[in-house]
Design a protein. Sequence first.
Length: 323
Amino acid sequence: MSVRVAAGPRLHFGFLNLSLARQRLYGSLGVALDEPQVAVSAERAESVVCSHDRAREHVERACHLLDVPGAAVTVESELPAHVGLGSGTQLALAVLAAVARVHGREPGVRAHAPSLGRGGRSGVGVAAFEAGGFVFDAGHPASQFTPERPERGEWTVPPVAARHEIPGDWRFLLVLPDAEPGKAGSEEDDSMRAVVENADPGLADRISSVVTDRVLPAVATGDVDTFGAGVAEVGRLNGAWYAGEQGGVYRPPAGDLVDVLEDTPAVTGAGQSSWGPAVYGVTDRERADAARDAGRRALAEAGVDGEVRVAEPRNVGARIRDD
């Protein structure tokens, strides 16, 4: 039996709180998108067979966690790495799900994600893989997460505090500039440690107000304009925490791209996803073509090459198919 697992990216709009002065740390917001996609196929095997370096590590760990002898895994397509689309989490969980399926096991995605090094701060990627949609997670108790993240596997994925289906006519502009990859691994850990140690707790109050007064009501009622403006404001406020670690509220050249996108009526709000350099814009089906044009114009005015696409929301989890 062959199994194929496909999952889309996620956008990460920011955290609710990065200050240890509050009771809960992190707490993140994001949405699942339908494209681009990571897709892996797997067949049962008596050892690990995988030519993709990053995926092979996940196959080995998945086989250990599931107590199975092996699997032959092929990566058919993948998300661009370290650009702010959650590529690492989606690849790791897709591999886990594929290996589990060919051996007739339950993947236990949420339970096993920490052992794969996923869900340590944000739970959006795991929740997006599970069920798609708009996700707001509850973060971690600040007493558990000091500026030093716990060792791999010694955390639980933040629980989902709120999830909403995204209206089918909403669209998300993706502008992916040809720029240095965003922070990951030990570099990301070092930067997050510095941010948490110095985070202004007052920003958390302002972000909470935006989330409860604008973002959550807007996604619940289908108000795309208020939602776009709200998540963009969450991103700007998060950027004040990150400014010392990424060279400004947005990581260059994201700021130049956001400036152009926010000046076009086709985009209701724009920002940087995670550490970037990916930039998003919130729009809808009717304004999608104009938003795509604005993305191309933003790259041209910033003097950088890159890719522009408009993605639909994904309100379901990863697609698992027996071939």
